[in-house]
Design a protein around this ligand. Structure first.
Ligand SMILES: Cc1cc2nc3c(=O)[nH]c(=O)nc-3n(C[C@H](O)[C@H](O)[C@H](O)COP(=O)(O)O)c2cc1C
Length: 221
């Protein structure tokens, strides 16, 4: 099948079904009135080292509401700050519990039974039960598309990272992350998720120009 995304019905289901598995940013924010908010976002990734930058994308409109905007995006636009908490298997069910379109004055920490931990640089709290928290300052929001389907692509700089000791180990070149200990959760499509416990390695090849010249013209094995 060849698809033209502009005319294919519910292309969103195909797109989110093939770009998998996606990491999940569990984003905590605080409104200017001091209401804490927490919601999962799987249009999420790390995109640069220097400055260390993460992105996630939020639709502007909350599903099922006439006019409500998503609280996460509103809070970030108003305060310029947020925390990305990494979703791991132990808190996946709690993450899911926060994903309904609750009214703005509801704190999803309470709904999910999660604990607020103070951040160092930003006002929004961290999720204590998540082993990795990234305190972020907003760099910019890029609007994608038009209403009613518009998304805001949030680009943020990590200004502090908190890591639980047991997810780190010291390798020959410095600290590394132990994924067996981290147990990150991957999002597939719809209600499907995956674990990260079947890991294998591929050694990346090195391109050495001199060797390539020597073997040029010789038949490949
Ligand atoms: C695993 C998961 C991933 C999600 N990813 C996104 C996403 O990337 N973008 C988005 O707009 N909504 C996403 N959602 C839906 C939001 O979490 C949901 O609309 C939430 O209620 C928004 O809360 P807020 O208004 O407090 O920000 C996702 C939901 C789940 C369960």
């Amino acid at each position: 099948m060849i698809i033209d995304p502009r005319t294919f019905e519910r292309f969103n289901l195909i797109l989110t079904g093939v770009v998998v598995p996606r990491p999940i940013a569990f984003v905590s924010t605080i409104s200017i009135d001091g209401v804490v908010n927490l919601a999962p976002y799987s249009f999420f990734n790390a995109v640069a080292y220097n400055p260390p930058t993460v992105v996630f994308s939020s639709s502007r409109k909350a599903a099922g509401w006439q006019d409500k905007r998503k609280d996460t995006l509103t809070n970030i636009e108003e305060t310029g700050e947020f925390v990305v908490n990494v979703v791991v298997d132990d808190i996946a069910a709690a993450m899911n519990a926060t994903a309904a379109e609750y009214p703005s004055d509801v704190s999803e920490f309470v709904i999910a039974g999660l604990t607020e931990a103070p951040s160092e640089v930003v006002k929004a709290p961290r999720v204590l039960e998540s082993p990795v928290n990234m305190e972020c300052r907003l760099s910019q929001i890029v609007n994608i598309g038009e209403q009613p389907h518009q998304h805001g692509l949030v680009i943020g700089e990590i200004v502090r990272m908190h890591l639980r000791e047991d997810v780190l180990y010291e390798g020959p070149n410095g600290y590394r992350v132990n994924h067996q200990a981290l147990q990150p959760t991957g999002r597939l499509a719809g209600n499907a998720y995956c674990r990260t416990d079947d890991v294998y390695e591929l050694i990346r090849p090195n391109y050495v120009p001199e060797e390539a010249e020597q073997t040029a013209g010789q038949p490949a094995d």
